[in-house]
Design a protein around this ligand. Sequence first.
Ligand SMILES: [Zn+2]
Length: 117
Amino acid sequence: MGNWTRFANHVCQGFNVVPRPVYVDEGDVSRPLWVYFALRDIHPGEEITISYSSEHDPVPRDFGYSVQEWKDAANKARAEAPRGHRCYCGKALCRGTMFNAPPGEAFWEKSDGRRGG
Ligand SMILES: [Zn+2]
């Protein structure tokens, strides 16, 4: 069964909804009601997309990468990630993995992660 979110797919770039925890008659902060807010108008029939890894589109230059260096690092991250974490969203700036790495472990956070290092 599940709910509508099983039809929402992860993409690394250009996602159209973001989740926010909301509490309604709930005093336990570990039990939020997750509400999804649209970032822009979503047209009938358009796929609902969310990012599991970031709330911002990737901007390679912000991390000192060229676009090609980013793609190379994403391909390396994808190859090294557990199979269920690999991303194949097909976006130009795919991160290679769907989920957050531990803090400081994502390739775009490591100074030695550039150029496949
Ligand atoms: Zn991706």
